[in-house]
Design a protein around this ligand. Sequence first.
Ligand SMILES: Cc1ncc(C[n+]2csc(CCOP(=O)(O)OP(=O)(O)O)c2C)c(N)n1
Ligand SMILES: [Mg+2]
Length: 576
Amino acid sequence: MLNTAAKTEASPDEQELTDGFHLVIDALKLNGINTIYGVPGIPITDLGRMAQAAGIRVLSFRHEQNAGYAAAIAGFLTRKPGVCLTVSAPGFLNGLTALAHATTNCFPMILISGSSEREIVDLQQGDYEEMDQLAVAKPLCKAAFRVLHAQDIGIGFARAIRAAVSGRPGGVYLDLPAKLFGQVMNAEAGRRSLVKVIDPAPAQIPAAPAVKRALDVLKSAKRPLIILGKGAAYAQADDAIKNFVEKSGVPFLPMSMAKGLLPDLHPQCAGAARSTVLRDADVVMLIGARLNWLLSHGKGKTWGDQPKKFIQVDIEPKEMDSNIEIAAPLVGDIGSCITALLETMSGNWPYPPAEWLNAVKAKRDENISKMAPRLMNNNSPMDYHGALGILRTIIKERPDAILVNEGANTLDLARGVIDMYQPRKRLDVGTWGVMGVGMGSAIAACVETGKPVLAVEGDSAFGFSGMEVETICRYKLPICVVIFNNDGIYRGTDVNAAGADPATTVFVKGARYDKMMEAFGGIGVNATTPDELKRAVNAAMDSGKPTLINAVIDPAAGSESGRIGNLNPQSVLKKK
Ligand SMILES: Cc1ncc(C[n+]2csc(CCOP(=O)(O)OP(=O)(O)O)c2C)c(N)n1
Ligand SMILES: [Mg+2]
């Protein structure tokens, strides 16, 4: 039953009524939004209860930030806006980081927050949880709306949904004041006020001359490279992208969350020859990848001194020339662009010169064989490579499991070591390199896809969302969390030379994170060898029971900031 309006005692003439609560729920259901991630409290507790009663899955978290990250990644996985529901001021602010994260990463998300009495907030008279939330949210999201009247709920949700998913997706804030929920109106008028959004993310077809220009530039290349970004993964145009890459014969480099779009073991994958291809390529085609810091802005040492031409496929025209000149901008949605490229390519499209393909292959094979023995080491305490070698095999054997990954060394090394085989199976820190997405991402990945999740977490990274292990146990989700416990941030060996307090980067030595999971009825394991780790992860993935494995890693094994230590500013005055 879609409409949740009820006959009430307050209607002597038996007029059917509805109210703000029911209209919000009906608007969500009408638009196929069946899951809400949030934390209850005034004024949205009853909304959560009623939504649950109306058949929406409402997942209650321990902190809004984690619910927000869950909503953000739900948006990435489903191409529908992930919804996070919070209370006013502090709950709203807790959810806001995730909304900004969603916008930065181009994930469709709607943060819905209850808010306090408008009249009191606007006069700053000190209401319960008073804050002008709309003004605060605006600079941090793609769009922000407030609904004051029950009859506008339908339009408010339509605007929020369209804004979140159309064009370049992003975060949208929807402000629902407490007074809105109780507003009553005629049920039939309410029904008519709702909007089912037709074609919320319309295809954006690229112009034919732009398609031809892109292919001309690609064809002219002697050393071409394709870079796949998470926009390409989001597009869910997996077959078209695979066909295009294979037909072109061009080596491809997947960005972190695009891994698996084509398997990392694909013969054209240049993941293990990243430095070489970035330095030596003469034409680079970006598909749903931006030339931001993750690609050194398309210039500098990483890119070598030979001139390069860039082809960029992106839905956002403003992305073009954002850092350097784009020789062939191809603006449109990724699916339409790739289809147009495939249709325009000649039947006998020439492969890139063999010299280039051989050079890339040689470098890739060399790097892979250099790495191989390190992944097989049996050290105890484990180092990163010994532990990751095990997890790499486990993902190979279970390619449809979803890998969540955050940390510094734990992130950078896992990204390189663990091969992915299917699209959208690797979820990580995204554009900002933010810590704290772990448990929210793991929960949403499970809920949205029904697949088991392996979350590989630095001990620091885990701490940002660790309390959600209770949520994992409560909903009995098949999530196996492996904590790379090296006693701290980057390393557990720093000392504070000046005083009694511990160094800023170290944690309690020998902490037992596995006990946290046991506290809520899940399974906890302390693993000190690669063998123990292997047994524990396989048991967890087989049983589907919430599991947390404390993987003891040598505190000296990591390096400062993982692979991005070069971004740390240096003090010339610092005593060495
Ligand atoms: C929200 C946020 N706060 C702080 C940081 C800075 N930071 C980067 S990595 C990291 C933690 C690294 O330690 P850990 O997760 O234990 O990984 P390790 O390198 O030890 O394997 C921190 C705090 C961040 N990226 N995001
Ligand atoms: Mg650590």
